[in-house]
Structure formats: structure tokens, C-alpha cells
Design a protein. Sequence first.
Length: 320
Amino acid sequence: MAKKRALITGITGQDGSYLAEYLLEQGYDVIGMIRRSSTVNFERIHHIQDKVTLVAGDLLDEVSMIHLLREHRPSEVYNLAAQSFVQTSFSQPVFTGEVTGLGVTRILDAVRVVDPGIRFYQASSSEMFGKVQAVPQTETTPFYPRSPYGVAKLYGHWITVNYRESYDMYACSGILFNHESPRRGLEFVTRKITNAVARIKLGKDKELRLGNLDAKRDWGYAKDYVRAMHLMLQQDTADDYVVSTGETYSVRRFCEIAFGHVGLNYQDYVVIDERFYRPAEVDLLVGDPAKAATKLGWKPEVSFEQLVTMMVDSDLQANK
Ligand code: NAP
Ligand code: GDD
């Protein structure tokens, strides 16, 4: 049988790197779309660089994606690329809309033009629930985004549904709740905390400046979540799924466990800094993963506590 071939946009990101590893393990040819930058940015994929094919393209440029789809003819496309940091979306709302919102139309349209039979995954987000209208959030909970990023993701979600319904494309929207790992970007709160814990423990830093400690998130492990992306594209019909753990914890609790893991008390080191508050906050996210469990047979394998301690241990190692 011919090898399956997948295109991943955002392969240099946290999820892209784990998904590439997973698809390679499943026997896929993996094509990774990378955008041009003045410095090489392959930290997360250098260990698999010789096993994947990297091609140039940008979500801002539909023609680039038409060309690479024509040349590489994948059977599955995973659209993970985005301006993904919520805080930045407040200072760069138009850019975020271009990449994270309209970028989805550009790649979907490129797929439609080249081969509408290609299966498509869109990286949607629990940030679309924003000011939550029900607890826990399911696939049918009404959306109420609270950031330009959330608004852009909502556009990406609906254009994915629209292309599925208009052109009979196999297009899925995975509504993923926060997922973290030792590869998480340093600006996101979990990695910011675990990296600071390691640096403080090793005597390299003295304090950690954070914003709202009372925000609650449903945090899972990124490696678990990429399995769900793949499963969504292996079904008889395309559909949308919430992917989450079903548990929620505050940023404060994350700090408690992370500092506690190295024998420190977070209250001695965390300083509240107004700069890290957002103009509008998402106070509480907790997803109901029942549909993904029943229809995809998916369940997370790493607990919250295991996730926090894994990230602290990794940062201790990296900061030595
Ligand atoms: P990430 O680490 O920030 O990675 C984003 C990726 O997108 C990077 O590879 C980046 O490339 C690429 N990119 C950005 N702008 C691009 C453009 N104009 N053209 C092509 N590539 C571009 O994000 P992540 O955490 O892996 O998340 C993956 C996706 O899932 C994102 O769409 C995110 O919004 C969504 N999501 C994430 C979570 C989560 O908790 N992680 C939850 C729900 C949804 P560079 O390396 O060149 O910057
Ligand atoms: N980043 C950051 N930095 N967040 C802080 C800080 C800080 O110093 N202090 C408190 N927080 C709070 C934020 O206000 C937010 O309520 C929470 O920590 C989580 O922030 P992030 O880690 O930046 O993630 P996010 O929830 O805003 O967005 C992530 O998850 C989404 C899914 O719900 C990103 O990965 C998005 O791309 C993703 O879609």
C-alpha cells in the first residue's frame, strides 16, 4: 500500500513537532510547511529534520500553498500554524486576524482548488468559548470569544464548517483546550512558571512576575492531544470535537505544584505585575471530552500533576 502523506503547517511549533513525530511513527511521509525567517527556528524538530520534508510557504500567501499542495499531493492537511499567543493578539489584532483567521480560508481554498478530496484538520481553540456560556463546555456550547485571537479562531472554525458543508470536503475542527509540554513557548504561563521555578531553584533568578493567578484552565499534555488530531481525520465522516481532560485548575494551583516540586513556596517568589493582565480575561475553561472518548476512542494519558512535574524537571535539566 502507498504510504500516507500529510502536510503540517506550523511544524516548528509545539504541536507541529509532536504531530510530526507521531505521524512518522504511523508510517506517514511528513511534509512540513515553514515560513521564511532570517534565523533558523528548528529547535523543536532538529531531531527529526532528516525524516521530514520541509517546504516554504506562508498562511498569508495562498499561491505558495497551492504550489506546495500541487507538488507534494498530501492526503491529509493539518493546519496548526497561527499567531497563537492571546496577549499579542490585543496589540496586533489585525495581523492576528490575517494569520489566525483569514489564513484558514487561504489554506482551505488552496485545498479546494488543488484537490477537495484532501482531508483537512483545523486547530480550533477553547479560547472561542471565552466568557463561558455553560460549564463544562461541549461541541454545542455557544461561543463568546474574549480576545482578537479568540475571534480569529472562531472565524477559522466557521469557515472550516462552511467549506465542509458548501463543497462536501472532509474538514474537521478540533476544539482543543490548553495543552502544554516541555516544548511549550516560554511566553505561555505554564512554561513561564516551570522555567522560572528551575532558574530560581538553581539560583539564576529571584522572582517570577505574573498576572491573574485566579484564571482557571483545563490543561492537558500536547503529546496526548496530537493523537486526537490524527484520529479525527481517520473517521467515516468529518465532524468537530472538543479535546480536553475534563479537569480545571487555577494558575495559582499550577504555581503551588511547580514550586512545591522543588521544595519551594510560590508565595515567596511570585510578584503580581499589572503588565500581564489582559484587557478582557477568560476566567474559566473546562471541557467535556465525552464525544472524543465515545466516537474517537481518545483519552488523555498524562495527569495534571504529572504534566507540571515533567515540565519542571525538563526545565531544571535545560537550565543546568
Ligand atoms: P505555536 O507553538 O505558537 O506554533 C505556531 C506555529 O505556527 C509555528 O510553527 C509558527 O512558525 C507557525 N506560523 C505562525 N504564523 C505563520 C504563518 N503566517 N505562516 C506559516 N506558519 C506560521 O502553537 P502551538 O501551541 O503548537 O499550537 C498549534 C495550533 O493549535 C495553533 O493554531 C494554536 O492557535 C492552536 N491551539 C493551541 C492550543 C494549545 O494549548 N497549545 C490550544 C488550542 C488551539 P514559526 O516557528 O516560524 O513562528
Ligand atoms: N501568558 C501569561 N503570562 N499568562 C498569564 C500570566 C503571565 O504572566 N499570568 C497569568 N496568566 C494567565 C492568563 O491571563 C490566562 O488566563 C492564563 O494564565 C493562561 O494564559 P496562556 O498560558 O497565555 O494561555 P491562554 O489560555 O491565553 O491561551 C492558550 O490556550 C488557548 C486554548 O484555550 C494558547 O495556547 C492559545 O493558542 C490556545 O488557543
